[in-house]
Write a protein that binds this ligand. Structure first.
Ligand code: ADP
Ligand code: ZN
Ligand code: ZN
Length: 810
């Protein structure tokens, strides 16, 4: 087919104005442009990267500017994915430009490559501010830094808190402009543990004379030990291996390649023959795959029922039918063990997409998928956009998991996008969970999804025995407010004695969740948010878990100067400390966002625990998910009540899910497990039914509540939030929306405007509307109307948040 030549192209750009922009094409680009490729274009004083939507010869009736540079010779988004992007943009009311940017593997590269420079007005302002303002004024600080040289957003964010706010304010005033710089990141700059080094094939000539000592040593080592080596591991054997490898790579003597996860994958597992329950589920899925039909299955299998084996066998069927497969897992679940299972089963056909990867790794994986070299993709949320060819199956593991929802624009749910994508591709979808979301289970009840059940554990292992411990009663009997009940202490002691392992859950990090004054009752709050600060003992600081603000622990009450300060509310850090104190001989590890700052640490701690190097693993919900550790015979829940108090209609569902999931960690080996759940709400249905492990009863009860209250799945819901650093501004915007929405259109129920449950967050005041709709179409029309209003009235880019199918209402 002859390539076309076009005069113009329409480009989608990541700007609030949600429309394509037309550019003229210079001679050099006319023959090369294709929809789905990225292109660099001028936009006002900036240069932006956008995605080509259409190439054509229809002269627009306004003057056009020339596009600058084509970034891809072959489209990075297929027409299938472009269509999916359009659907997301419409359904979630998000600008198409933002959606498409998020779908690209190189998104982070582009975002990081943003460089800010001063405009003339900015230069003047910088000079003026230098005279007028205090040296601490963040605006003045940024302007002065930029006077010296252009700086990246990433750099600014590192230098000061809330830098993004300052940047946005300065952009609005046109004091600074952003430019997208396109730099493919240099693979040589990846950290050593992410690189493999190998001698380059037959280098011509002897470059001996030009090599320094470390370079010579490294080369000698590689000659003696052929094959590729992880650079970090080499560092232990060859002095200065890392700099030497990088300079040798520049000289073409060695090659550096991204480390693949396979390198540290867990033990290879042989496929199991499916048991009859697994087989029955598999056969239905396989029939749909073979027929090439779009069909959604809900695989509801209790913890330890062997869902993964069903996924793997289904993927084999898809491959055998000549089609590709995609498996989505929650952010935290993608460990080397998980990856290892896939590598041992599907070898080089597997690509892994994980947000913790470096850009180089992610780009590399992405290109392998696009080229068709990798036909099985395992990924987290954004993996749903992987350019898998001829997609035949999408599996969404732990479909109820909140990490599938993106909590920034575009606020899509990866699970729901997966279903839409499968529909477009004629693929089959399997949603798997031990605790399906109410929405999915209800869809199965209505016949929209096909329900498949695995009601028992593998090899008829018993479900763990769950016992509730009423902490009010405990207090009455002991007259002491202890973190652990006598029963839990006893059970823990017995496990440590027997060499069995225990998981202790407390879903709240830090040492004490708030600090208060006994004299005046004041609770110490964040200066940017209307939330209490959490005490972190190791750092000796009070920390805001929402904006990162930190301050020293006050020695006197900031309000009344009394020194009667006390610490309330137990967090995981304190649980760990108390475990150490109660069981000095036990080896205790902690897993939460404070001990885990990178993916590697998470894996290391889990790996050590699995290997038996710890007796007790304490932590937040991170420890509740998907791990299969046979030697765990006791699970202790310090408090089942933490999530129940949240001002959110999903509080009960989330509590039920968390308790059921963590209970499922017990007794997965040959020794049966017990679960001890401490609570002050033993009669709450979420707690009671999780203890009984009775999903069906919980589902029915919760469904009734949702029906009565018109909550999803009985309505389509959206959360509309307005926010501003100025309270009056936030109030004014919410009042304007209130006016616009009055009277509410038919089929819609609007609650608000009201202060958001967290009225101030990250230095912004927040008001919200909750919209419940009997009709999705009516909801969407209303939201589009709201968005148009905000654009017309030039609200700032972040003043309005529209969250469709919200998971949290905070
Ligand atoms: P789930 O994800 O449903 O909680 P898993 O998939 O982790 O359960 O399976 C639990 C354990 O049972 C795993 O160790 C797995 O290897 C094993 N397993 C799965 N299917 C079979 C089978 N058919 N026969 C024997 N063991 C199996
Ligand atoms: Zn006080
Ligand atoms: Zn804060």
């Amino acid at each position: 087919m002859p390539e076309g030549s076009y005069l113009y192209c329409d480009v989608s750009l990541p700007v609030p104005l949600d429309q394509p922009f037309t550019y003229s094409l210079p001679d050099t680009l006319r023959h090369r442009v294709k929809p789905g490729s990225r292109i660099l274009v001028p936009f006002g004083p900036r240069k932006l990267t956008g995605v080509i939507l259409r190439c054509h010869d229809d002269a627009p009736n306004v003057e056009t500017r020339d596009a600058l540079r084509l970034l891809d010779s072959e489209p990075v988004l297929s027409s299938e994915l472009l269509a999916l992007g359009r659907w997301i943009s419409g359904y979630y009311c998000a600008p198409l430009g933002d959606v498409l940017r998020g779908m690209l593997p190189l998104a982070s590269e582009i975002r990081r490559g943003k460089l800010y420079t001063l405009t003339d007005a900015g230069r003047d302002a910088a000079r003026q501010l230098l005279l007028d303002s205090s040296p601490d004024d963040p605006v003045a600080k940024v302007l002065q830094m930029l006077e010296r040289r252009p700086l990246s957003a990433a750099y600014l964010a590192k230098t000061m808190p809330l830098a993004d706010k300052v940047i946005r304010a300065l952009e609005r005033k046109r004091f600074i402009v952003a430019e997208d710089v396109q730099t493919e990141r240099d693979p040589l700059r990846a950290p050593a543990d992410r690189l493999r080094v190998e001698l380059a094939p037959a280098t011509g000539g002897n470059a001996e004379a030009k090599l320094n000592k470390p370079e010579r040593e490294l080369r000698a080592f590689l000659e003696l030990h052929p094959g590729s080596h992880n650079l970090r591991q080499l560092e232990d054997m060859v002095k200065n291996a890392s700099p030497a490898a990088r300079s040798l790579a520049r000289k073409g003597i060695v090659t550096l390649k991204p480390e693949l996860v396979a390198a540290n994958a867990g033990p290879i597992r042989v496929p199991h023959a499916l048991n009859p329950m697994q087989q029955a589920a598999f056969e239905q899925i396989s029939a749909a795959i073979t027929a090439g039909r779009f069909q959604t299955f809900l695989l509801h299998g209790v913890t330890g029922s062997g869902k993964t084996e069903v996924y793997l066998t289904a993927i084999e069927t898809a491959l055998a039918a000549g089609r590709g497969a995609l498996l989505l897992v929650p952010e935290i679940a993608l460990t080397p063990q998980m990856a290892g299972q896939f590598f041992s089963r599907f070898g080089n056909h597997v690509a892994i997409l994980h947000s913790a990867f470096t850009d180089v790794e992610r780009t590399d994986q992405w290109r392998r998928i696009q080229s068709g070299a990798a036909r099985v993709v395992v990924g987290t949320r954004s993996g749903v956009f992987a350019p898998v060819r001829d997609l035949g199956l999408i599996v969404v593991d732990e479909e109820h998991d909140g990490s599938y929802k993106q909590e920034e624009t575009p606020r899509y749910n990866g699970r729901d996008v997966a279903i839409v994508r499968a529909q477009g591709a004629g693929a089959c979808v399997v949603l798997g969970s031990a605790t399906p979301s109410l929405e999915s289970r209800y869809n199965a009840e209505k016949g929209k999804y096909t329900l498949l059940e695995l009601p028992g554990r593998i090899e008829a292992r018993p479900m763990p025995k769950v016992e509730l411990i009423d902490m009010r009663q405990e207090f009455l009997e002991t007259r002491k407010q202890e973190t652990f009940s006598r029963k839990l202490v006893e059970a823990l002691g017995a496990r440590v004695e027997n060499g069995e392992q225990t998981i202790v859950l407390l879903n709240r990090r830090g040492f004490s969740s708030f600090v208060a004054c006994r004299a005046c009752g004041e609770r110490v709050q964040c200066i940017n948010c209307s939330l209490t600060l959490t005490y972190h003992k190791r750092d000796r600081r009070l920390l805001c878990h929402y904006c990162g603000y930190a301050e020293k622990v006050p020695s006197a009450c900031p309000k009344c100067q009394s020194d009667k300060i006390y610490f309330l509310g137990v967090g995981s850090e304190r649980v760990e400390e108390e475990l150490h104190r109660a069981f000095p001989a036990a080896r205790v590890a902690r897993l939460d966002r404070d001990t885990v700052t990178g993916k590697r640490q998470y894996e290391t701690i889990l790996h050590e625990f699995r290997e038996g190097n710890f007796d007790i693993l304490a932590g937040t919900q991170m420890i509740a998910k998907g791990h299969d550790i046979p030697n765990v015979t006791l699970v202790g829940v310090v408090s089942a009540d933490i999530g129940l108090g949240m001002p959110d209609f999903r509080a009960a569902e989330r509590t039920f899910q968390l308790l059921t999931q963590v209970a499922g960690r017990a007794g997965r080996g040959s020794v049966p497990g017990i679960v001890l759940v401490q609570t002050i709400n033993p009669d709450h249905y979420a707690v009671r039914l999780a203890a009984a492990q009775d999903y069906q009863a919980f589902y029915e009860k919760e469904l009734n509540f949702r029906r009565m209250m018109m909550y999803p799945p009985f309505s389509a819901m959206a959360n509309v939030l307005v926010r501003s650093e100025k309270k009056e501004m936030a109030m004014r915007m919410s009042a304007e929306l209130g006016f616009l929405l009055n009277p509410p259109p038919e089929k819609l129920r609007i609650m608000g405007p009201a202060e958001a449950p967290v009225p101030r967050l990250k230095n912004e005041y927040r008001y919200q509307f909750l919209v419940k709709a009997a009709s999705r179409k009516a909801l969407n029309e209303l939201l589009q109307q709201i968005r148009n209003y905000a654009v017309q009235h030039k609200w700032g880019a972040t003043a309005l948040v529209i969250d469709v199918d919200p998971l949290t209402l905070m």
